[in-house]
Design a protein around this ligand. Structure first.
Ligand code: ADP
Length: 719
């Protein structure tokens, strides 16, 4: 009896552990299998508890009806097939193997053997459900064996359940026979293994589902609630035990005890059953509450996700509508102004009948129209650049290219661009440099310039009157053996329309334009700040905003940069004007009447543009519109430079260049080849140079860029 008592108490303990584990797992990841496992263990607990405690306290089996005795266990057997069914093995739902029917005849034999002991109803019930469960287990094991090479996961749960059923049968069968000694009684060993299966089952389910990862990271009940539940259940269990002991003592001292017929101890079993039932109902209530919390949380999350998705999709469709508007506006200006130039040119074709003032006015008009075309073209280009940059960022292809640079140069470029725009709106614009800002830095000056221009452009765009000020400061951040890293602080302050507090969080979302009621007439894509934020992220910097609606905003950029020279930025304008002016003036006064260049482009307008931009340079320009003609011309003439479009039908620029270079008799074997291309993506320059081009000019090009390029490659005596 002592051994059986130990087994019963161990069974209760393991049963409780399994309930807690499965319940915890179910809360963590609400999959059906854990729910069924909880019900399975709770149902078993219903019988195990009163049976085990009664045995422990009374040193005897409870004398109750077989329905009452087996109620919990029978319910657990009913749950087993449902639990197995919920596992969703890959494809084995449709799979069937005859091998899986092996348990049927074995179980029938067992049933016939055991039927006289446990009653017909109980035995048929138990054998029926365990047979179904064991057939299912065997089926999924056979399925695994046949398909394991295709990545089918091992049916851990089926293996454990099959073993569990096997040991249950072993217990039942061995109890039908009498054994000479307890040591050889298989019942004892089977019951130990049965407990081990109890213990392993929750881990088998965890192992089975661990492959999917934790699909629900939200902890609906904290660990403390888990401990509380466990503690409460333990307290109730112990109370049941003490109550049973107290009842036994009380009943045994009472006089009516001798009435053997009515078994007064039966009440202890009933009370213990009620306590176990209370624990079961309490646990079911916990599951129910958790499920309700999960459902409401899931629906809240779904609503939130839907709102976010709707906002993103709205922003995207607004973006497309806005883009169409933003692109059409400058195109409209370009085409409209150009038509006016055409009309005026036709009208004034015969200038002989115009007096001087009429002629001057006509040319002034044409100048104004072409100025408008210039600004519309530039705004179109900036939109396209924004879209290209944004798509590069989205595709993860945006790169940071670090090099030594002068901050004064960057600030000067920024000043030139922004002061012009601020002036057009009558805004005061200034750049204030802190005392200790170093000039020689190492970083990506192109992207830093882009960030500053973007933020300053916004300030100018969203400010009707007042000022836009860029302040630059720097503070040392980190000193290592080779480097000093400084935090460069750029703060852009305007007296513009400001941003509402609730809109500030949306600013850096893609396609988001805020406060449209007030700034719908201001052109923009809603991409500028996203690009700024992403570029700064890539350079380990950050941007923050402070704004008072109606009064103005301050955008602050903090960007760590390696300092290469401690020379101060000081009067940045004077400094960089020297270098820029010398370059510019050289480009502007380029005059090389002895120079002879070849321009190859399949688009005739582009040939006209190059010729027009170089009109006053005196350079002799040959133009052809395909690679074949370029080769033919290069065989006849010696050129100083060949400008070659990269993408042309029939023969592309690279092939034509390589054919010229590989023909030793060609006088242009060593001539500089400049690639003309609209391919402005990252790495294009490196690619063209690797292909053999000497340098690279990106379209649309302006006269400064073109002339500077020619200056660089023309021999000195030609200029
Ligand atoms: P956009 O091309 O519309 O200017 P951005 O991404 O650059 O796109 O800016 C997003 C929105 O942030 C703008 O539509 C505007 O409403 C707001 N915003 C940006 N900068 C400022 C500023 N300096 N003052 C007021 N509002 C601003």
């Amino acid at each position: 009896m002592v051994f059986e008592q130990c087994i019963s108490i161990s069974l209760i303990i393991v049963n409780l552990i399994s309930i807690v584990i499965c319940l915890y797992q179910y809360v963590k990841r609400p999959c059906k299998t854990f729910a069924f496992a909880v019900v399975f263990f709770l149902a078993n607990f219903l019988s195990n508890y009163y049976w085990g405690i009664y045995l422990f306290v009374m040193d005897d089996y409870p004398n109750v009806s077989s329905f009452f005795a087996y109620f919990g266990w029978n319910f657990a057997f009913l749950v087993l097939p449902a639990m197995l069914h919920s596992l969703h093995h890959y494809g084995d739902v449709k799979f069937f193997s005859w091998i899986s029917l092996i348990p049927i005849p074995i179980n029938i034999i067992q049933l016939l053997l055991y039927i006289k002991y446990g009653g017909i109803f109980n035995n048929v019930w138990q054998v029926f459900f365990t047979t179904v469960a064991s057939c299912m287990c065997l089926n999924s094991i056979v399925f695994y064996v046949k398909h394991r090479s295709t990545g089918v996961r091992l049916p851990y749960v089926s293996v454990i359940v099959l073993l569990y059923i096997f040991f249950e049968y072993a217990m039942w069968t061995s109890s039908c026979f009498s054994w000479r000694s307890e040591v050889i009684n298989p019942y004892n060993y089977a019951s130990i293994f049965d407990i081990i299966c109890y213990f392993l089952l929750p881990f088998a389910i965890i192992k089975y589902y661990s492959i999917d990862g934790d699909n629900n990271s939200v902890e609906y009940v904290s660990k403390i609630s888990g401990y509380l539940y466990t503690a409460l259940v333990l307290v109730i269990c112990f109370s049941g035990y003490f109550l049973a002991v107290w009842m036994r003592n009380t009943l045994s001292s009472s006089i009516d005890l001798l009435d053997e017929q009515s078994d007064p101890y039966k009440i202890i079993a009933v009370i213990l059953f009620i306590i176990a039932l209370f624990i079961v109902l309490f646990s079911v209530a916990v599951i129910f509450v958790v499920r309700v919390m999960q459902k409401s949380d899931e629906s809240k999350r779904a609503v939130m996700e839907k709102t976010v998705a709707e906002r993103a999709s709205h922003a995207k469709s607004d973006f497309l509508a806005n883009m169409s508007h933003e692109i059409r506006t400058p195109i409209n200006a370009v085409l409209g102004m150009n038509e006016m130039i055409l009309q005026d040119s036709l009208r004034f074709r015969d200038v002989s009948h115009l007096d001087e003032s009429e002629a001057k006015s006509a040319f002034r008009d044409i100048c104004r129209y072409s100025g408008d075309i210039d600004s519309a073209g530039k705004s179109l280009l900036s939109i396209i650049n924004d879209i290209l940059d944004f798509s590069k960022i989205e595709a993860g292809r945006m790169e940071v290219v670090n090099a030594d640079y002068k901050l004064s140069q960057v600030l000067n470029d920024v000043y030139n661009i922004i002061s012009f725009r601020a002036l057009a709106k009558d805004l005061k614009f200034d750049i204030k440099i802190g005392k200790s800002v170093p000039d020689g830095l190492y970083g990506d000056s192109v992207r830093i310039r882009q960030v500053l221009i973007n933020l300053l452009n916004n300030s100018v765009k969203y400010t009707k009157r007042g000022s836009v000020i860029l302040s630059v400061n720097a503070y040392i951040r980190d000193v290592s053996e080779d480097n000093e890293i400084w935090d460069m602080i750029f703060s852009i302050e305007d007296t513009g329309i400001g941003i509402k507090q609730e809109d500030i969080d949306k600013l850096f979302d893609k396609f988001e334009r805020v406060d449209l009621a007030n700034n719908s007439s201001v052109e923009g894509t809603g991409l500028g700040l996203v690009i700024v934020k992403n570029l700064l992220d890539m350079m380990n910097g950050n941007v923050s905003v402070q704004s008072t609606y109606g009064q103005g905003s301050v955008f602050t950029v903090v960007l760590p940069q390696v300092v290469k020279s401690k020379e101060l930025v000081g009067d940045f304008r004077a400094k960089s004007e020297q270098s820029i002016d010398s370059l510019k003036s050289k480009a502007e006064i380029l005059y090389a009447p002895d120079a002879h260049i070849l321009v190859v482009d399949d688009t005739h307008v582009n040939l006209t543009v190059v010729k027009g931009l170089l009109k006053n340079t005196g350079i002799n320009i040959d133009t052809v519109d395909n690679g074949d003609d370029a080769i033919r011309m290069s065989e006849k003439n010696k050129y100083d430079i060949i400008l070659m479009d990269s993408r042309m039908p029939v023969m592309d620029g690279t092939t034509a260049m390589n054919l010229i270079k590989s023909d030793e008799g060609n006088p242009n074997v060593n001539v500089p080849f400049i690639c003309l291309t609209a391919d402005a993506v990252d790495g294009a320059r490196e690619r063209y140079i690797a292909d053999g081009f000497t340098d690279y000019l990106v379209k649309p090009m302006n006269s400064d860029a073109l002339k500077s390029m020619l200056m660089r490659y023309l021999e000195k005596e030609r200029v």
